[in-house]
Write a protein that binds this ligand. Structure first.
Ligand code: NAD
Ligand code: UGA
Length: 455
């Protein structure tokens, strides 16, 4: 029976995942550790609105458990030593240099944390891969851990390795964790598998806890993200065709989604997928396929990423074209910078590429996002020139030639277009890359309207 858990990595996954485990298993002590002192301080902030991750409902869960059986700390070794089970939830970004640069996952943080577990663990420890990893990473982790196994002054040291990928989506993390479609556990040792299954069993129905071998589990995570991203590229490709043919992508999505074999979810056309994982995980899959000599399979999945980049450039290009072929010195109001609604995360957000293109064309951007900070946007755009942060859509629209909606924040659906149109320079445009705004009201307010996927 697991009594003490350590999670290495207090990020978007480690924080919320462990908070829900602590909430549902009050008898287990859970410590989330990180090297980043500022991040740990934010997790410990008495003001729950200052948590480093914004997720609806997360503050309530943390508020219930923190200090009781949920702890955030930088004392990594001590937390590992005390734990029966250690989750590895560190970042695994795409490599930027060396072999596999631009495609393969950078495993330096996974290796470093595995080595730290090997050194600091005591007794028997179950090590759980929570990070998304290339297939066969568990073999690497096992090799590192095995080298440390054996008798030590504090007793015999031994390890089991499990794969337990995380499927939560940002913005709905708490709901996804509390009622997952499935929990996946890949492993070899039945006792270790059952120990982890028992933890989830406190709130997840038994039939939703799937057990596979380690490699299937690792590969299922990459495959799930590849399939999800592929649906978005598929619908975005059809959106472009709809715009050329007077079809409407939302009608097409409804019609095809009614087929139970296709299903209705994940068929929203937009500015392309963002987020830290889809692109990274597909490129990782592409790299693995090439490594195993499967070049056609690699090319197939790579096209999903290529189409996504194309969609983003397509949107900035059509905006320039509608604004008479130039946006130099024109003010453009950008509503939304996060990669999706209900998160403050901007990793790989479509806004980076689209705003980057517009800045390149000489536009002056007025950016509004309810959760993203100006400092984050400056870091993402790599410049503090050519744009400013404003605190409301109306302020963004002041003197603008166009409003460009890039994130589907619910408040944009309720915007009153009359006051915005009144302060814009005419003729003025609404470019709605999420099809979230009330287009009828915007047109009635005198705006020209472009909506993604509308012919
Ligand atoms: P993140 O960057 O938000 O958090 C990772 C944390 O690990 C960082 O705070 C970093 O300081 C810490 N860290 C790195 N090395 C460490 C070490 N040796 N010791 C202690 N701390 C260390 O990343 P994330 O978004 O939480 O993603 C983590 C993993 O989960 C990735 O593999 C990702 O692909 C996967 N994943 C992410 C999501 C998501 O929605 N973000 C969903 C499912 C899976
Ligand atoms: C995604 C997956 O949904 C999770 O299952 C997975 O755990 C996670 O990646 C991960 O591995 O990190 P996330 O990126 O947080 O979660 O959010 P999604 O809801 O999947 O959205 C991803 C991107 O696709 C966003 O930019 C979103 O706006 C876009 N999207 C999504 C669309 O353009 N259309 C859709 O119909 C759905």
């Amino acid at each position: 029976m697991i009594q003490t858990i350590c999670c290495i990595g207090a990020g978007y996954v480690g924080g919320p995942t462990m908070a829900v485990i602590a909430d549902r298993c009050p008898q287990i002590q859970v410590t989330v550790v990180d090297l980043n002192q500022a991040r740990i301080d934010a997790w410990n902030d008495p003001d729950l609105s200052q948590l480093p991750v914004y997720e609806p409902g997360l503050d309530a869960v943390v508020g219930r458990c923190r200090g009781r059986n949920l702890h955030f700390s930088t004392a990594v070794d001590a937390a590992i030593a005390a734990a029966d089970m250690v989750f590895l939830s560190v970042n695994t970004p795409t490599k930027t240099k060396g072999i596999g640069a631009g495609q393969a996952s950078d495993l330096r943080w996974i290796e470093a944390s595995a080595r730290q577990v090997a050194a600091a663990a005591r007794g028997h420890t179950i090590v759980v891969e929570k990070s998304t990893l290339p297939v066969r990473t568990a073999a690497v982790i096992r090799t590192i851990l095995e080298a440390a196994e054996g008798d030590t002054p504090s007793g015999r040291k031994s390890f089991d390795v499990l794969s337990n990928p995380e499927f939560l989506a940002e913005g709905t993390a708490i709901g996804d964790l509390e009622a997952p479609d499935r929990v996946l556990i890949g492993g070899e040792q039945p006792a270790a598998i059952e120990a982890l299954a028992q933890i989830y069993g406190h709130w997840v129905p038994a039939e939703r806890i799937l057990r596979t071998n380690v490699w299937s589990s690792e590969l299922s995570k990459l495959t799930a993200n590849a399939f999800l991203a592929q649906r978005i590229s598929s619908i975005n490709s059809i959106a472009a065709l709809c715009e050329a043919t007077e079809a409407d992508v939302r009608e097409v999505a409804r019609a095809i989604g009614a087929d139970s074999r296709i299903g209705s979810k994940f068929l929203k056309a937009g500015p392309g997928f963002g987020g830290s994982c889809f692109q990274k995980d597909i490129l990782n899959l592409v790299y693995l396929c090439r490594h195993y000599g499967l070049s056609e399979v690699a090319a197939y999945w790579e096209s999903v990423v290529n189409l996504n980049a194309w969609q983003q450039h397509r949107i900035s290009a059509l905006l320039v074209q509608r604004l008479f072929g130039t946006v130099t010195s024109k003010r453009i109001a950008v509503l939304g910078f996060a990669f999706k609604a209900d998160t403050n995360d901007t990793r790989e957000t479509p806004a980076i590429r689209i705003c980057g293109d517009l800045l390149e064309e000489g536009a002056q951007l007025a950016i509004y996002d309810p959760k993203v900070s100006a400092a984050q946007i400056a870091a993402d755009l790599g410049t503090s020139e050519g744009w400013q942060m404003v605190d409301a859509p109306l302020a963004a629209a002041q003197g603008a030639d166009a409003v460009l909606v890039l994130t589907e924040w619910q408040q944009f659906a309720q915007l009153d277009w009359r006051p915005l149109a009144a302060v814009m320079r005419q003729p003025a445009w609404l470019f709605d890359a999420r099809a979230i705004c009330d287009a009828v009201a915007a047109r009635a307010a005198g705006l020209k309207v472009w909506r993604v996927g509308e012919g």
